[in-house]
Design a protein. Structure first.
Ligand SMILES: [Zn+2]
Ligand SMILES: [Zn+2]
Length: 168
């Protein structure tokens, strides 16, 4: 799974919209869900069809509204695990001349960097800002489809008879 570098998104179809809070815009925003047929690829060779998936996108910036900008947090946690591993190995391996300074760099620098990264990861909980932001967002109350201007059909989830989008 580690080798899967991403996914192709085939046959995009707009299926839903909602009022939202975008972590990239840091503001209330509207997002649109695009449903695509996703195929995972390894080095751009499509090999793993994973089916239809819905992807929410902020209409203002185009980013996934609930993903904080910058390095993805999961990558930082992987970085932390690698740092801890490198620090551990550098203490197990004997520091040998003439490059013993390199070992000591890892022995001291590794744990220090790990601690700093851990503090950063614990201090900035992304979920908090999202929860706070989303509190200020009122649910969408459109009665007209924003895409094709067809009056929406009322229901547990309002939908457009014209283009098939759902109001979330
Ligand atoms: Zn945005
Ligand atoms: Zn419509």
């Amino acid at each position: 799974m580690v080798l899967i570098h991403g996914a192709y998104h085939f046959w995009p179809k707009r299926v839903a919209f909602r009022n939202d809070y975008c972590l990239t815009c840091r503001a209330a925003s509207r997002s649109i869900a695009i449903r695509t047929f996703d195929v995972g690829h390894i080095f751009w060779i499509p090999i793993l069809p994973v089916g239809f998936w819905k992807h929410w996108r902020c209409v203002r910036c185009g980013a996934e509204p609930h993903t904080a900008p910058g390095t993805r947090r999961s990558f930082k946690w992987i970085g932390l695990a690698i740092l801890i591993m490198v620090s551990g190995v550098s203490w197990v391996e004997p520091a040998e001349a003439p490059d013993e300074w390199v070992s000591w760099l890892f022995r001291i620098g590794g744990p220090v960097a790990s601690l700093l990264l851990l503090r950063h990861l614990l201090r900035a909980p992304k979920e908090l800002s999202l929860r706070q932001g989303i509190k200020s967002v009122l649910p969408a109350d459109d009665t007209m489809c924003p895409f094709c201007k067809t009056p929406l059909l009322a229901g547990p989830r309002w939908s457009c008879p014209g283009c098939g989008v759902h109001r979330y």
